[in-house]
Design a binder for this molecule. Structure first.
Ligand code: SF4
Length: 375
C-alpha cells in the first residue's frame, strides 16, 4: 500500500532531483496562474490574518465582499480591538461559524493590549495568542512573514492525499499527522509564503474535489494517485457520513406596545453573541404552543399568549438541521430575567436590522418587515 507512514517517506518516494522538479513546476505554475485576490495584493499581516480566518470555512467568492466590508469598518488591529463585539458580529452576519469572529476579536484585543498592536512574526509566538489556533498561526507565519511552516487546510489535505496516494483519511488523527509531515517536508527553503499558497491554489483550481484536471496539472508526472488510479478523485479517503439530527424549534414573536422581544445567545455556545427571537426545541409529545410557553418560562421567566402562526423556516448547520416554527404572541406577565440568554431588548421592527441574527431568524425578519407587523 502507498501510505508513507514515516516522515522520511517524502524523499524516499520523491528522490532529490524529482522533488526539486516538483517544487519548481508548482511554483512556476502558481506564478503564472494564481488568482488575483484582494489578500494577495498585501503583505499587511492583519489583512492576511483576516483572510485566512474567513477562508477557513467559506468559499473564496463569498469571502471577498465580507473581507472588503470588514476592512472598511475595522481597518487595523487597533480599530478592531476597540470596537464592541456586537459590531464585529453584525459585520460578520451571514458568513456563519461565528466563533471565528469572536476569536478574531479576542485575539485583536490581546494583540492591542499586550503586544502593542503588532502581530508577532513566528508560529511559536502567534500560537500563544488567545483566539489564534494552529492553522491560523501557520498561515500568518508563512504567508505574512515567510516563516517555514506548512499549512494544511482542506485543499492541502486533498493534494497531499493524491500526490502520495494516501489510503488513510486526513480527517482522522493518523492521516492528519501524515499530511502535516508531508506538507512540512515539501516546503522549499525560504519559499513558504509562495509554496503554501501554491499548494492551496492547486487544490482550488486544478486538483479539485470531484473532477481533478490532471491533464493541466503541473505535478501530474510525480503524482502517485494519477499513476495508480483510474480516478484520483476517490482520494482523499472519505469517512462514512454521519447522519445529521433534525430539530423542530418553536419561537415567539412576542409583542408589546409595537415592539418585539429579542434576546442574545450566551457567548460561549453555538451562535454565541447573536440575537434571536426567544424559543427552543419542541420535546417529544409536546405541542408547539406548550413547548413555546415552557421555553419562555425557562429562558426569560415570562408568560405569553401564543397566537397566530407566522411562518416556518428550514435551515442546515454543519452537524444538524432545524425547522423554526414562529408564532405571534402577546406578552402577558412576568419580569424579564435572562435565565438562558445573556441580554434582552424590546426592539422596534425597523431597528431589528441593527442586530446580528442567525440566518433563519433573518429570513423571518425579512418577511416580517415586508408583510408588516400585526396591529
Ligand atoms: Fe491532483 Fe491529478 Fe494533479 Fe494528481 S495529477 S495532484 S490528482 S490534479
Amino acid at each position: 500500500m502507498k501510505i508513507p507512514a514515516k516522515a522520511e517517506s517524502v524523499t524516499k518516494r520523491i528522490p532529490g532531483v524529482r522533488l526539486t522538479k516538483l517544487r519548481k513546476n508548482l511554483l512556476s505554475w502558481y506564478t503564472k496562474h494564481h488568482r488575483d485576490l484582494p489578500w494577495r495584493r498585501t503583505r499587511t499581516p492583519y489583512r492576511i490574518w483576516l483572510s485566512e480566518v474567513m477562508l477557513q470555512q467559506t468559499q473564496t467568492a463569498t469571502a471577498i465582499p465580507y473581507y472588503e466590508r470588514f476592512l472598511k469598518r475595522f481597518p487595523t488591529v487597533a480599530v478592531l480591538a476597540r470596537s464592541p463585539l456586537s459590531r464585529v458580529l453584525k459585520t460578520w452576519e451571514g458568513l456563519g461559524y461565528y466563533a471565528r469572529a469572536r476569536n478574531l476579536h479576542r485575539a485583536a484585543r490581546y494583540i492591542f493590549h499586550q503586544l502593542h498592536g503588532a502581530l508577532p512574526r513566528t508560529y511559536d509566538e502567534l500560537i500563544t495568542i488567545p483566539g489564534i489556533g494552529p492553522y491560523t498561526a501557520a498561515a500568518v507565519a508563512s504567508i505574512a512573514f515567510n516563516k517555514s511552516h506548512a499549512v494544511a487546510d482542506g485543499n492541502v489535505e486533498r493534494v497531499m492525499s493524491r500526490l502520495f496516494h494516501l489510503t488513510v483519511s486526513p480527517k482522522q488523527k493518523e492521516g492528519k499527522k501524515i499530511v502535516a509531515e508531508l506538507a512540512q517536508q515539501l516546503l522549499p527553503p525560504r519559499q513558504a509564503r509562495w509554496w503554501n499558497q501554491a499548494v492551496m491554489e492547486l487544490g482550488a483550481l486544478v486538483c479539485t474535489p470531484r473532477r481533478p484536471r490532471c491533464g493541466e496539472c503541473p505535478v501530474a508526472r510525480l503524482c502517485l494517485a494519477k499513476k495508480h488510479l483510474s480516478d484520483p478523485s476517490i482520494l482523499p479517503v472519505r469517512l462514512p457520513r454521519r447522519s445529521h439530527p433534525h430539530y423542530d424549534i418553536v419561537i415567539g414573536l412576542i409583542w408589546k406596545d409595537g415592539r418585539v422581544l429579542i434576546d442574545q445567545r450566551k457567548m460561549d455556545g453555538l451562535l454565541g453573541g447573536l440575537w434571536e427571537f426567544p424559543g427552543g426545541k419542541i420535546k417529544r409529545g409536546e405541542n408547539r404552543a406548550a413547548a413555546l410557553r415552557r421555553e419562555l418560562r425557562e429562558e426569560l421567566d415570562i408568560e405569553a399568549e401564543v397566537g397566530d402562526f407566522f411562518m416556518s423556516v428550514d435551515h442546515s448547520y454543519s452537524h444538524f438541521s432545524v425547522t423554526l416554527h414562529a408564532y405571534h404572541c402577546r406578552f402577558l406577565s412576568g419580569t424579564i430575567r435572562p435565565l438562558a440568554c445573556q441580554a434582552w431588548r424590546w426592539a422596534r421592527p425597523k431597528d431589528l436590522r441593527r442586530y446580528a441574527f442567525p440566518a433563519a431568524n433573518r429570513k423571518m425578519i425579512r418577511s416580517l418587515l415586508s408583510e408588516g407587523v400585526p396591529a
